[in-house]
Write a protein that binds this ligand. Structure first.
Ligand code: SME
Length: 160
């Protein structure tokens, strides 16, 4: 397919509905992990203009920075630290409306105000997380949770 996205909707939910089939079409014929994570991060940032979108991948006993879009970020996150570590440990999506109120939040940028982190689960194990940061307080809802989980489940299914 052509490497372009066509997003005509304006609401957050409708943008996900526009994006997801195009993203799936882009990912499903590619087996390379880094290529697929990179395009997913780019597609989400391009569509929504999020402040930071990226992946942390499980390597040994920590999470290591993987493809992302945005400013440079912390490279390694121990499993017991930050929102990403909590997402890994709990194996569930975490929405943080105000990062300053989340004990242990890791501030890669002082401009980040709210955050959603979604686990990528394969064979019942978390293999990585998708982290999306916003420079707006309380920017994420169950709509983001629903569609970002759909994207992460899709990734888990195609990752070999
Ligand atoms: N805020 C995250 C760290 C990653 S950066 O936001 C890119 C956390 O608390 O785990």
């Amino acid at each position: 397919m052509a490497e372009t996205l066509t997003i005509t909707s304006t609401s957050r939910q409708e943008k996900y509905v526009d994006l997801i089939p195009q993203l799936k079409a882009l990912l499903e014929n590619e087996t390379d992990l880094i290529a697929n994570l990179a395009n997913t991060a780019a597609a989400l940032r391009q569509t929504f203009g999020f402040f930071w979108v990226g992946f942390y991948w499980v390597k040994g006993n920590e999470l290591v920075l993987a493809p992302f879009q945005g400013d440079i970020a912390c490279t390694r996150i121990p499993f017991h630290k930050g929102v990403c570590g909590a997402c890994y440990t709990q194996a569930q999506t975490l929405i943080v409306a105000d990062v300053e109120k989340f004990e242990g939040h890791i501030a890669c940028s002082s401009l980040s105000k709210s955050e959603i982190v979604v686990p990528i689960i394969q064979h019942k194990k978390v293999i990585g997380v998708l982290d999306v940061d916003s420079d707006v307080l309380d920017d994420f809802s169950d709509i983001d949770k629903k569609y970002l989980e759909e994207i992460c489940n899709f990734l888990a299914n195609i990752i070999q």
